[in-house]
Write a protein that binds this ligand. Structure first.
Ligand code: CDP
Length: 243
């Protein structure tokens, strides 16, 4: 009987995942990468690092040219380390500064800056080049790696996404009104959908996964099934099936 090979051993796929805030992209991408022994790449973290740097340098966030100049004058290094995506700028680690209200507020605006996107997109492409990656963001399937072997648009209802974010804040000991979290999520969706460059779109050949009523394990399984279905090869090895 012919059986499926473990896909990571046979072909190092590029798995591209886009979706709105709170859809669970980071959790799912990191977990799929762990299961397949692939590298997890969080492009949002790179935009966040740029936003934090702009705040440090007191560059006005509406001065897109100045932001582009800033982005082109620094060395950006990023890599995954045990499921954590780490970012360094000019040798200084920014990883621990990427989350929080200041970074959240700044990155929404900075992500609209085309000159910054023009710097980050080629770096992201470079990271994905050798395959064996799970890359998540907003424009991965449309702009960064449109030829990725597996493309997913991961979403969930606005209420569910807001609930997840609200619980996440609670787990960090931050008390917030659910209504406020929901409005903030709605505002972020609008920004992601409306910007001129790198906006969030579902490309035709991306598979839609609505995670509203799905567990993390179920979403990961669906993505791995997609990888197997599209890029399987056959073997008679008894160890062939992916665990
Ligand atoms: O995790 P969360 O959805 O809150 O944010 P994120 O994925 O870390 O993204 C941070 C910001 O960067 C958001 O405002 C995204 O719209 C933006 N972003 C982007 O413009 N392009 C990407 N490829 C990834 C993120």
């Amino acid at each position: 009987m012919h059986r499926l090979c473990p896909i990571n051993a046979e072909k190092r796929l590029r798995i591209a995942i886009d979706g709105p805030a709170g859809a669970g992209k980071s959790t799912v991408a990191a977990e799929v990468a762990r299961i397949l022994n692939y590298t997890y790449l969080d492009t949002g973290a790179m935009y966040r690092a740029m936003a934090v740097l702009a705040l440090d340098k007191e560059i006005p966030l509406d001065d897109f040219q100045a932001l582009g100049k800033m982005a082109s004058s620094v060395t950006i290094k990023a890599r995954e380390d045990n499921g954590v995506f780490r970012v360094w700028i000019d040798g200084e680690e920014f990883t621990h500064r990427l989350r929080g209200p200041k970074a959240d507020g700044a990155v929404k605006i900075l992500a609209m800056a085309k000159p910054v996107r023009e710097i980050l997109v080629p770096i992201q492409r470079g990271l994905a080049d050798c395959g064996g990656v799970v890359m998540e963001g907003r424009d991965i399937t449309s702009v960064v790696i449109p030829h990725a072997e597996v493309k997913v648009f991961l979403t969930a209802s606005l209420e569910e996404r807001a609930l997840r974010r609200w619980r996440e804040l609670g787990n960090k000991g931050i008390t917030a009104e659910f209504g406020e979290v929901l409005s903030e999520m709605e505002a972020r969706d609008a920004k992601d959908l409306e910007r001129d460059w790198g906006k969030l779109v579902k490309v035709d050949d991306a598979v839609l996964i609505d995670s509203t009523n799905m567990s993390v394990a179920q979403v990961c399984r669906s993505i791995i099934d997609l990888c197997e279905a599209r890029h399987c090869c056959f073997t008679n090895s008894p160890d062939g099936f992916l665990a």
